[in-house]
Write a protein that binds this ligand. Structure first.
Ligand SMILES: Cc1ncc(COP(=O)(O)O)c(C=O)c1O
Length: 341
């Protein structure tokens, strides 16, 4: 029995687990494609972030914090979800965002609507500089008599990691219900916490599955190392965990032009899946991972032999709204392919 730390119940769980029949016919090449609908874990709290935030919010309560402070890109899903949790729990929220004040759109619109205090920093701010900005913010709040909890980018640390360790328990019952004996779990990795949690969960719950993590920014070596560090930090904080390292498989071939930017092919896959299954991906995370998965299946380069593939839809739907132009092009392309001549 895994002993979980305190948890604030914020997400709508368990999330649905569905067979994508038409996507299986279109892209499966003999394998079944399932979807773990973590995009349905809430509305403003949608996606993978809320699973991590359940444990982080409980920590904030235990430490009697009055403010949540975190950092990310202007259109960060994690920042929007943190702002939503803060509002839901009656806490203040400060977001340190890379970029300048701009027209309200997507996640940025929602973060403002949720009344987060926003500090803008240069787009070229490094990860280490962001960590320093977070520490400065905690001190600023302390000077005003408030106690702030600082959340790392993406909520990926030894507390947030519990979110996906718990999710693996859900996946175990999803697999048992559908008599799935061996699976490949596919997801997008951005700050590494979901990857660390899934792999830790597979090890701790002895799930017969490989986790294939499609990188959306840094390379495979970075993510394999980051996930291992998160696991070590968790082991240091928690007695009786397995001593072996977690297994990680990172695919960094589908990052495309860089974080937050995607090739037209990603938008095309996104448009096709929407038509086939009524499921929307985003071009920053889930679109890249799903596109990578179906391309690897097509080229026989998918990194697992499992007959059942579980795509973890980690949310991010608000991320499509700032990309209307690229989507317009894909709609025309998909329409042209589907229209008989
Ligand atoms: C929609 C979505 N999917 C996947 C990820 C990647 O998760 P992680 O940051 O835990 O690697 C993120 C956040 O970065 C996200 O917002």
């Amino acid at each position: 029995m895994v002993q979980y730390p305190p948890r604030e119940l914020l997400a709508l769980l368990p999330s649905p687990f569905v067979l994508l029949e038409r996507a299986t016919a279109r892209w499966g090449r003999g394998r079944r494609i399932w979807c773990k609908r973590d995009d349905l874990t809430g509305s403003l709290l949608t996606g993978n972030k809320v699973r991590k935030l359940e444990f982080i919010a409980a920590e904030a309560r235990a430490r009697k914090c009055t403010v949540l402070v975190t950092a990310g890109a202007l259109q960060s899903n994690h920042c929007r979800a943190t702002a939503a949790v803060a509002a839901q729990l009656g806490l203040k929220c400060e977001l340190i965002l890379r970029g300048e004040e701009q027209a309200l759109e997507g996640n940025y619109l929602l973060s403002r609507l949720l009344d987060a205090d926003i500090t803008y920093v240069s787009r070229s701010t490094t990860g280490d500089e962001m960590t320093q900005h977070l520490a400065n913010a905690v001190q600023r709040w302390a000077a005003k008599g408030e106690k702030a909890l600082s959340l790392p980018i993406g909520g990926s640390d030894e507390i947030g990691i519990w979110g996906y360790i718990a999710a693996v328990e859900e996946l175990a019952s999803d697999m048992a219900r559908h008599a799935i004996r061996q699976a490949a779990i596919v997801h997008a990795t951005g700050s590494g916490g979901t990857q660390a949690g899934l792999n830790a969960g597979v090890l701790m719950h002895k799930l017969p599955a490989d986790v294939i993590s499609y990188a959306v920014c840094d390379d495979a070596a970075y993510f394999n190392e980051k996930a291992q560090q998160d696991w070590q930090a968790l082991r240091a904080a928690t007695p009786d965990l397995p001593v072996e390292p977690i297994k990680t498989i990172t695919n960094d071939h589908f990052i495309g032009p860089g974080y937050g930017r995607a090739d037209q092919a990603v938008f095309d896959t996104l448009a096709q899946l929407a038509r086939l299954e009524g499921i929307t991906l985003d071009p920053v995370y889930t679109g890249k991972a799903f596109h990578g998965m179906v391309t690897d299946l097509e080229h026989s380069s998918f990194q697992s032999d499992a007959a059942d593939i579980i795509f973890v839809h980690t949310g991010g739907v608000f991320g499509i709204f700032p990309h209307a132009d690229a989507l317009q092009t894909s709609l025309q392309r998909v329409q042209a392919v589907n229209t008989p001549h």
